[in-house]
Design a protein. Sequence first.
Length: 224
Amino acid sequence: MGDCRVRFIQTEFMKSGGRCEHAVSNDGFHWVVLNPAILSLPDTDEDGIYDPHPAIVGGKRYIVYSGMPKITRVPQPDVYLARSQSDSWFGPWKRLGKILDHLDVPHHNAREHPDYEWGIEGAQLVELPDGRVLLNATCFLPDGPRGSRQRVFFAIADRVEGPYVSVGPVLDPGEPGENGHSTVMIDGRQLTLFYQSRREATNHRWRFRLAKCDLDRHILSRVA
């Protein structure tokens, strides 16, 4: 199984329930669905789960995902973590609990915000060259009209379980618009960000964009 491809797929989004499905393939074209890696926990803060993203940090395998309580107005997800109890993607998976809450992100709309838009989602974990952990996710600013508040942001921690310190929304659209749901790739000291963006100039249509920066100058220097 050394060349086995692995996928973790959500089954639900804007409602209670959901599973983090585990699928494997030997060729990338034909997939077999195995037992779910993670199930939602009804009537808890993980009443709904989605956006699973695998990561290897310190040689151990993790899944970071969004979990939310039962919806009363709009989904209010936070970021959760699970760790494989074997040296493989086949689990079993141990829940490690919430690693990033609304209150941990000062530039994110608070739960009691009168025009609350959404929670924290699309999280990804990446091990940095110095051993710290970078969390890449999507937040929603507390100010501005809807359709302009979604932003990619980074947070850094010494341990994969946190606590994480935000380095702020990292990507200004440059004009009326917003960005979100992204993937980070690190090569040496350079970070490449592949993300979704929509701007007024393109009639607010979602498009894929790339951004690059120097880790030491733009990211690590913000959190000593």
